[in-house]
Design a protein around this ligand. Structure first.
Ligand code: SF4
Length: 373
């Protein structure tokens, strides 16, 4: 059922190259899920999120600090090695400084036709955030129109919004099934599904999700063990999820930009379309780099854990990831105050699976003992 998503995840570059051949369209690589894909879909451009490969590399060192997060360095390495040589453009929406450095180094060293830095507000709780971003989106739209030499009409924007909203709705429908006492999908399958949404055409992805939703509700997997949540920095480490679920536990929910944070909240069309897009990106569940002065993520994450009946949470942090490093201690405490045990692990480009396996086994043992009382 999930083979298609796995294939897209594993063969992302081949997919994008074939898409270009098939459509004659442009492909734009983006950093960070604050990029307004609606506008790119409106212009018939394929947005693909630039991700790492989880393989050791030695090419990024001259261009980015070694104490910037391994995800950012891995992404840049993919560009420097030519893995994304089919991209026509790149862009970033401002989030954390580490990924900004990846964008800047890419801009300097890897030639592409179109480059765009979108100054997305950091203070999303400010009353000025939505109007500010709306003005920035106007500028971005103009830049895309200039690049493609084709105007973007309101009809185009509505089509872009609908493609994104449908995808969000369908992903949420699948996630709802994870609330069941024996969810019909694993955490690894959920991850492949959401990450592949970030690297494929929404038309293809939405069709695959519609097909999936016909079959998935009646699927019966072996009874799931401990219900786990995974949260923290960027994470598409399929090996780690596979290892944990191989020990008999089941991830039932996440708070990752490669998971729920990507598809949280739809664009509500009401009047000005760019203002509606702006509102969605300002009001979506924030990355911790934007979650201040109020920490809105605390209550949200605790509620998410309750909604999905979570017994334990694994908090992961990409080494040196500042936003999550500041976020994790208080979230860990909030989860534990609500009776949810936690395990913290620090990720690098490759993770020490053997060492982590021992720690996860011990954690699951604790959860099983807690369950006896
Ligand atoms: S938020 Fe953390 S994981 Fe994500 S790009 Fe920034 S430093 Fe890396």
């Amino acid at each position: 059922m999930f083979e298609k998503f796995k294939d897209w995840y594993e063969n992302r570059h081949e997919y994008a190259k074939k898409w270009k051949e098939r459509t004659g369209g442009k492909v734009l690589g983006y950093f960070c899920t604050y990029v307004p894909e609606e506008i790119l879909y409106a212009a018939n451009i394929l947005p693909v999120r630039i991700l790492g490969s989880h393989e050791p590399q030695d090419v990024s060192e001259p261009h980015i600090f070694a104490m910037f997060c391994p995800f950012c360095r891995d992404c840049l390495a993919q560009g420097l090695k030519g893995k994304y040589d089919y991209l026509d453009g790149i862009m970033i929406a401002q989030s954390c400084l580490h990924i900004r450095q990846t964008y800047t180094s890419w801009d300097l060293h890897i030639p592409v036709d179109f480059k765009y830095y979108l100054p997305h507000p950091m203070h999303v709780q400010s009353p000025h955030a939505i109007p500010y971003l709306t003005e920035e989106l106007k500028e971005f739209k103009k830049a895309v129109e200039k690049w493609t030499d084709i105007p973007i009409t309101d009809e185009d924007l509505k089509r872009g919004i609908e493609a994104m909203n449908s995808n969000r709705r369908l992903l949420q429908e699948v996630y709802e099934l994870r609330k069941k006492s024996n969810p019909p999908l694993t955490g690894l399958e959920a991850m492949l599904m959401v990450v592949s949404a970030q690297i494929t055409d929404k038309q293809d992805h939405n069709k695959a999700l519609e097909k999936l939703l016909q079959d998935l509700p009646s699927r019966n997997l072996d009874d799931s063990g401990e219900r786990l949540m995974i949260l923290g920095s960027e994470d598409d480490d399929t090996k780690f999820l596979g290892m944990v679920e191989g020990l008999g536990a089941r991830f039932v929910i996440d708070d990752h930009c490669t998971g729920t944070r990507y598809f949280d909240k739809e664009v509500k069309i009401n009047g000005d379309l760019l203002a509606a897009i702006s509102e969605r990106y300002v009001k979506r569940i924030p990355c911790p780099s934007k979650d201040w002065p109020q920490r809105t993520r605390l209550d949200y994450i605790v509620q998410l854990a309750k909604d999905y009946d979570v017994q334990g949470a694994i908090l992961i942090q990409q080494k040196f990831c500042d936003p999550h490093e500041l976020d994790i201690p208080i979230i860990k405490q909030a989860l534990e105050d609500n009776g949810i045990s936690t395990l913290f692990l620090e990720f690098d480009v490759t993770v020490p699976i053997g060492q982590f396996k021992t720690r996860v086994e011990a954690f699951l043992e604790i959860l099983r003992e807690e369950d006896l009382f």
